[in-house]
Design a protein around this ligand. Structure first.
Ligand code: TXA
Ligand code: MG
Length: 348
């Protein structure tokens, strides 16, 4: 299959957008930018189209997709029960990086929901994504547009690496703003529960609707717990090299990483280091990558997946990373980083 790449970095190309809409309506696949990560879109109400997503990604078929909508009324066409609290969250955070889970209506195929009777719904905050959803008929199923197991794509080039030849079109909207996937909140039970941390954190949700729980499987407190979002159980975002997160006071982290760097270099290997603007000049060797600045936590989330992809290309022997327990997105960032590291953490 020939994969068309269309450039909408400077704005929406109406003719290309109409063509993208036709591809979706005909059951094809279009990758597109959102404010979180790039999505791989198909018509959510067409089970054959949904199946194509699983095939293109190599994704296990029990891992449900998020249905993206462009207007609030459309939520009521696919969700069987929309609690008041969900309406309050939608009012506050949509369009935005929040996905909510509801009991589904019959029009949503089980192929889209990975066999579940619930459906995840999100209204993304990106003009290209919203235009595409409208052009495609209103309901676009879209997981992150990476091959299953690879870091989520935050640029169109990342999507092209994984999806060229497998999908009809990639819409380039430039680099994303947030860089980690949306917060997922299950609204189908008594107490809303966070199944995946994202930019919208627990405090922000609780300020609107009161008590919100958090799936113990994602805080790392209980490593035997089975995550409620099926996708969270897979070892995602895994870079090819073994990765270690070093956590503690800055001076100790730097000196401990430096000791490990020296050992790698002595044995003829080249390690990779995930550093910040503030610490980059303090490391003694290896391939040092600046993920962002601690003074601007979005700079860290935005570059996280790109840095992991770059290390894959440079074939480093091991990756050493600082920890990023930043105020708003700390939980979301560390959740992805811990998965990338297979939960290997050194406390110093
Ligand atoms: O920011 C995002 O959410 C991006 C962009 C493209 O919108 N999408 C995304 O999709 O991250 P994906 O497929 O990579 O992650 C979806 C997660 C998976 O962990 C999946 O298991 C969970 O959502 N999920 C989807 N439907 C669910 C449901 N009905 N119940 C529980 N978990 C669900
Ligand atoms: Mg994903």
């Amino acid at each position: 299959m020939n994969t068309m790449i269309v450039d909408m970095r400077a704005g929406i190309d109406e003719a290309a957008m109409a063509q993208a809409g036709e591809i979706l309506q005909a059951g094809g696949l279009v990758a597109f930018p959102t404010e979180t990560v790039y999505g791989l879109g198909a018509n959510a109400l067409d089970e054959t189209a949904s199946e194509k997503i699983y095939r293109a990604k190599g994704r296990p078929s029990d891992n449900p997709l998020i249905v993206h909508i462009a207007k609030l009324q459309d939520l009521y066409r696919i969700a069987a029960k929309v609690p008041k609290k969900a309406e309050a969250l939608a009012e506050k955070f949509w369009p935005g990086p929040l996905t909510m889970i509801f009991q589904k209506k019959d029009c949503v195929p089980l192929k889209t929901t990975g066999g579940l009777y619930t459906v995840a719904v999100r209204m993304p905050d990106h003009p290209v994504a919203l235009a595409l959803i409208r052009a495609g008929g209103g309901y676009v199923a879209a997981p992150s547009a990476n091959t299953s197991g690879r870091p989520s794509p935050t640029t169109a080039a990342h999507v092209a690496e994984d999806m060229t030849g497998k999908i009809e079109m990639i819409i380039d909207g430039g680099s994303v703003g947030i860089g980690v996937e949306s917060t997922i909140v299950d609204m189908s039970g008594d107490v809303p529960m966070i199944l995946r941390p994202g930019y919208i954190n627990r405090e922000m949700l609780e300020a609107v609707i009161g008590e919100v729980g958090i799936d113990p499987a994602i805080t790392g407190a209980d490593t035997t717990a089975r995550p409620k979002a099926p996708g969270m159980k897979y070892r995602h975002y895994a870079p090819k090299a073994d990765m270690l997160i070093v956590e503690g006071a800055e001076e100790k982290v730097i000196s401990s990483i430096n000791t490990m760097i020296e050992k790698e270099l002595q044995e003829g290997r080249v390690p990779g280091i995930i550093a910040t603007e503030e610490t980059k000049d303090r490391y003694v060797g290896g391939i040092i990558k600046v993920i962002g600045s601690r003074a601007d936590e979005l700079s860290i989330s935005r570059h996280l997946f790109a840095v992991l992809r770059e290390f894959d290309e440079q074939r480093v022997s091991r990756i050493f990373s600082e920890a990023f327990d930043t105020p708003v997105m700390g939980q979301a960032i560390m959740n992805r980083l811990l998965k990338a590291a297979g939960h290997q953490v050194l406390e110093v």
